[in-house]
Design a protein around this ligand. Structure first.
Ligand code: ZN
Length: 301
């Protein structure tokens, strides 16, 4: 789901709106059937299709392929509104391995589409098995962490901008008084940013332990390669084991044991210094672990 709370009426059957236009696009070996429900889009439907293709491309660059063979995207225009307002992704629905519902404002401008992150976030959800409710933080944290990195790797964003966003956003993911670990603390901050902080910390730790040979991206690609995508329901431990196998470490499994049950604070200021990210988000290539920071956003082999 998107990073903002949903509002309005939920459809009992989210995939059932009548379709007035349909187009199938191909990206990274996957086919995306894009269906439009009734309603005007001032820019034209083609602009929305192009933006979905761009998002599918970024996700395919990050994972080395589009995560599922087929996905259905249902676009619901929203009269008089602006931007990609909300998105939700389900596994194994509507006859597809992945089904996304996007609400797009009728008055959405080209600039609003260009800077959209919601579609990329939602498509990233296809790359991970559906986990039990207690690990919702890993689903959301992963999508929140991967989305901007995928967009940098695809050439859509500058690396500098996403590190600046992490500097301002990651403190939202730190545990506060009374925190009982990520499996038991289902606040907005801990779900989205706490999950993203887990992913960043895991990425850096994998790279430290492997001398920057492997990163979280290798683990996530292996999870997709194993078919542990959104259409499967799996325990988190199985998914993390597959990821660790690809990096020849135990980072994900060991971190999960600690972070799921206890409040684990991160020394963010020290981490940014090591990685060479200054408080204003500018980057320092002379920092001790700047090679790790650059590897995270480098387009992968
Ligand atoms: Zn989400």
């Amino acid at each position: 789901m998107a990073m903002f709370a949903m509002s309005g009426v939920m459809y009992a059957q989210p995939d059932r709106a009548p379709v007035v236009f349909s187009q199938t696009i191909h990206e990274g070996g996957g086919a995306l059937q894009i269906d439009f429900a009734e309603g005007a889009i001032d820019l034209g439907r083609a602009a929305v299709v192009d933006r979905i293709q761009m998002a599918a491309h970024a996700v395919s660059v990050y994972y080395g392929r589009f995560p599922v063979a087929k996905a259905r995207v249902l676009v619901i225009p929203s009269a008089g509104r602006h931007g990609v307002m909300q998105g939700t992704t389900w596994g194994a629905m509507s006859g597809f391995p992945a089904f996304l519902r996007l609400r797009v404002g009728q008055r959405t401008t080209a600039d609003e589409l260009k800077v959209d992150w919601v579609i990329t976030h939602e498509l990233t959800h296809t790359a991970l098995a559906s986990l039990p409710d207690d690990q919702h933080w890993f689903e959301e944290g992963l999508a929140s962490y991967v989305e901007p990195i995928a967009r940098v790797q695809a050439g859509e964003l500058a690396a500098k901008s996403i590190w600046a966003d992490m500097v301002s956003g990651m403190p939202n993911g730190e545990p506060v008084a009374g925190d009982r670990g990520l499996d038991h603390t289902h606040t907005w901050g801990r779900t989205y940013w706490g999950g993203a902080l887990f992913c960043l910390s895991a990425d850096v730790e994998i790279r430290r332990q492997t001398r920057n040979r492997y990163g979280l991206q290798d683990a996530l690609r292996a999870i997709v390669a194993a078919g542990d995508t959104i259409d499967k329901e799996m325990p988190v431990e199985s998914v993390l084991r597959v990821g660790d196998g690809a990096t020849h470490t135990r980072v994900l499994e060991e971190m999960y044991v600690r972070w799921s049950q206890t409040a684990v604070p991160v020394e963010l200021e020290a981490l940014w210094q090591q990685l060479g990210v200054k408080p204003d988000g500018s980057l320092d290539d002379a920092a001790p672990e700047s090679a790790i920071r650059r590897a995270i956003t480098a387009t992968s082999r």
